[in-house]
Design a protein around this ligand. Structure first.
Ligand code: C2E
Ligand code: CA
Ligand code: CA
Ligand code: CA
Length: 279
């Protein structure tokens, strides 16, 4: 019995320790990554299909670990959140995206908005509003050029601190977008309690449009709800022309996805391009 117990223990322990070791390893190298300049932002275009032009981009964090290995966000964001590193990384993302927004928009007739993902952990850190204000001052970025993406879970606690932070950001001119809409708890009551100006239809629903009748109905319901609440809409994860046409048919004009472009470095974003020839 003892031997069997020991074998079991070893089996589970090597399984466990592998994930634990990977987490510890990632956490340790994350702490060096900022100093070593290992992060970069890629940007994914958001297209207004009716106007046939780019109206925004979403900033997506990339980690080039030791300048030789690209680690996808799914492997390090949650570790950065648990360890608290996300606060400093998030400030780097804000600073870099603000600078890039200034480069893109100075002297432009139709400014493009730069969407930035915020983790709930950055809100719990008291000074989010203060540091955003400082970074705006430092870069000369116009808050109207920036969309801050949050997730439903942030609004669920309904804390005064979060409500005030969002209210202050809204007053300063930022747009607030609700990311991954439909995947969370979807208590619709909070939509008008917080200064949310846009909702992003989650890619799982968009990708189910052709195959899943429930997803089709959900997409319709989200679109008509957004309209009646006067929220702007973006559909993400658009991969096929059929999905784009369906969305446009229900008057969801702004789309983002591999059909149009993968996330790309700043220099590869073409603000003059036309897009709807793909349809
Ligand atoms: P998200 O905010 O929902 O971002 C959309 C993800 O879908 C991105 O993955 C994007 O590359 C991917 N995507 C875009 N179009 C398509 C498509 O047509 N098909 C498919 N299958 N995927 C598509 P990515 O870049 O790997 O980022 C994953 C997640 O990591 C993001 O999900 C976001 O939650 C988080 N993340 C990324 N950058 C940041 C950041 O700067 N800060 C924070 N806090 N989180 C970030
Ligand atoms: Ca997002
Ligand atoms: Ca999303
Ligand atoms: Ca997400």
């Amino acid at each position: 019995a003892k031997r069997q117990g020991r074998n079991n223990y070893q089996f589970y322990s090597s399984d466990l320790s592998q994930t634990t070791i990977e987490r510890i390893d990632i956490e340790r190298s994350l702490r060096r990554a900022l100093k070593n300049d290992e992060f970069l932002l890629h940007y994914q275009p958001q297209i207004n299909l009716e106007a046939d032009r780019i109206v925004g981009v979403e900033a997506l964090l990339r980690w080039n670990r030791n300048h030789c290995e690209m680690i996808p966000p799914d492997r390090f964001i949650s570790i950065a959140e648990d360890s608290g590193c996300i606060v400093e990384m998030g400030e780097w993302v804000l600073l870099t995206a603000f600078k890039d927004a200034v480069q893109w928009n100075s002297g432009r007739e139709h400014p493009i908005t730069v969407a930035i993902n915020l983790s709930s952990r950055q809100f719990i850190h008291n000074n989010l509003f203060a540091s955003i204000k400082r970074l705006i001052k430092k870069t000369g970025c116009n808050p109207a050029w920036i969309t801050l993406e949050i997730t439903e879970s942030l609004l669920l606690n309904d804390s005064a601190h979060i409500r005030n932070t969002l209210k202050n950001l809204d007053k300063m001119g930022f747009r607030i977008s609700l990311d991954d809409f439909g995947t969370g708890y979807s208590a619709l009551s909070y939509l008008n309690k917080f200064p949310v100006s846009e909702i992003k239809i989650d890619q799982s629903f968009v990708q189910g449009i052709a195959s899943n009748n429930d997803h089709r109905l959900l997409v319709q319901a989200i679109i008509s709800m957004a309209k009646s609440l006067n929220k702007e809409l973006v559909a993400e994860g658009v991969e096929t022309a059929a999905q784009a046409k369906y969305l446009l048919g229900y008057d969801c004009k702004v789309v983002q996805g591999y059909l149009f472009s993968k996330p790309k470095p700043f220099d590869d974003i073409d603000l003059q391009a036309a897009w709807t020839s793909a349809l």
